[in-house]
Design a protein around this ligand. Structure first.
Ligand code: UDP
Ligand code: MG
Length: 136
């Protein structure tokens, strides 16, 4: 049985701004991910609010949506076996201070809000998030 999955990854504004796009893509490729689709975009705050709707009751929701829409981002569809979990592991903990050595957030994250990458947290959400950015 094949476990090949797709997941959505976003390189957030803090990382795009520091020209880390290629470094982060290298980390994905070196860890066996294929980048099936990608685009560089800047989204409206209203779109960020839709994307992060699951967090709408959280105290950080407004700042999070303002931040994600504050500059260009790279959205990507990544594929690999068990891609959802594998990407969460490669990203590291939400707060870079807690992230393990060798993870993207440990290496490049600045703070809990400027933590360089987003990754889907379940197969179901991966489908929803991929469709959100790459509906055709
Ligand atoms: N976030 C924040 N403050 C917090 C918790 C989260 O600014 O106290 C931001 C952070 O950028 C995180 C995003 O909100 O990446 C979404 O939070 P989630 O808990 O889903 O973390 P993730 O899945 O990105 O690790
Ligand atoms: Mg999350």
């Amino acid at each position: 049985m094949s476990n090949v999955e797709q997941t959505l990854s976003i390189i957030k504004p803090d990382a795009v701004e520091r020209n880390l796009e290629n470094n982060i893509k290298e980390m994905f490729k070196n860890n066996g991910f294929s980048i099936l689709k990608e685009k560089k975009i800047q989204i409206e705050k209203s779109e960020a609010e839709k994307f992060y709707k699951v967090h709408e009751t959280k105290p950080f929701y407004n700042d999070l949506c303002a931040y994600l829409s504050s500059g260009p981002i790279i959205v990507m569809v990544l594929e690999k076996s068990n891609a959802v979990l594998a990407n969460r592991e490669l990203m590291g903990a939400t707060n870079p201070i807690d992230a393990e050595e060798g993870t993207i957030r440990k290496k490049y994250g600045i703070s809990i809000d400027k933590n360089s990458v987003h990754g889907s947290d379940s197969i179901e959400n991966a489908k929803i998030e991929i469709n959100f950015f790459f509906e055709d």
